[in-house]
Design a protein around this ligand. Structure first.
Ligand SMILES: [Zn+2]
Length: 269
């Protein structure tokens, strides 16, 4: 910004008021009393999909189920899960040393207006599809610029393959993540969304914010490196409008966690 004609105080005032109006005039949240609530979360069970190299999967062990000597019913389980499987959070520390852990991400960042970028027409014929910068620009031309803090949700249609590991991940060889094929974000699109648009989070209805064939996880590096969390294996995006919904994405508050199980819902006006 080079407005040398303006006195410094006026230039400062312009910057400050622009920042203030951006937050004050952002998209209004839906009325909680009347909003439709859409669950964007896969249930955790024995079919929940984990990365092929994950040493274990979701386990639920019954500790009690049935009548007690006192006469009332009582049920309780223990569960065990790797952080990164099912619908889950990637905290910034997942791919960025010193980044925020799951418990350190301000909750405010996880409650925000959402946009849905629907690329199902592209992914149907190309399991290695990556969202391009041109497509983000085309989306913005149609729907308007993506505001800072927005939760971006990429809809590839892959959720309909859940929980079939082979079609969802592209390969189901245990312990081998070298032959995966599924769509996600591309590098330039991620750079634009994270660095230029300063979005709040990147979500996707596939197993990763990087496409399956990625070898360098560059989108993770870009997003997590800038403190932007990822939401992976989300579902139900076809029930959301391109703009206008708000998302509430609350992960399990694991102290020091690199991610964790996520309950993510959308509020649609
Ligand atoms: Zn993850």
């Amino acid at each position: 910004m080079r407005r040398t004609m303006l006195p410094i105080s006026a230039a400062l005032l312009a910057v400050v008021s622009a920042g203030a109006s951006a937050s004050a005039e952002g998209p209004r949240p839906p009325d909680l009393a009347t909003a439709k609530v859409v669950d964007l979360t896969h249930a955790f069970d024995e079919k929940t999909i984990y990365w092929p190299t994950s040493p274990s999967a979701f386990e639920l062990k019954s500790l009690a189920y049935g009548p007690t000597p006192g006469g009332w019913f009582y049920s309780s389980n223990a569960f065990c899960t790797p952080e990164h499987g099912g619908t889950h959070l990637d905290a910034p520390i997942h791919f960025a040393k010193g980044g925020q852990t799951a418990d350190q991400i301000p909750v405010r960042r996880l409650i925000a207006p959402a946009v849905v970028i629907d690329v199902r027409s592209k992914t149907a014929a190309d399991p290695d599809y990556r969202l391009s910068l041109d497509e983000v620009r085309a989306w913005e031309k149609q729907h308007g610029p993506i505001a800072a803090g927005t939760i971006v949700l990429l809809e590839t249609g892959w959720s309909s393959r859940w929980p079939d590991k082979k079609t969802y991940l592209g390969d189901d060889t245990p312990g081998d993540a070298s032959k995966l094929h599924f769509p996600s974000y591309g590098r330039e699109a991620a750079e634009y969304l994270v660095r230029d648009r300063k979005v709040g989070a990147l979500g996707v209805d596939t197993a990763s914010i990087d496409y399956g064939a990625s070898k360098d996880f560059i989108v993770h590096q870009i997003a997590n490196g800038a403190g932007v969390p990822g939401f992976e294996n989300v579902t139900g995006l076809d029930a959301l409008p391109a703009t206008g919904a708000w998302v509430v994405a609350l992960p399990m508050k694991i102290a020091g966690g690199s991610g964790g199980p996520l309950r993510i819902v959308a509020l649609v006006p």
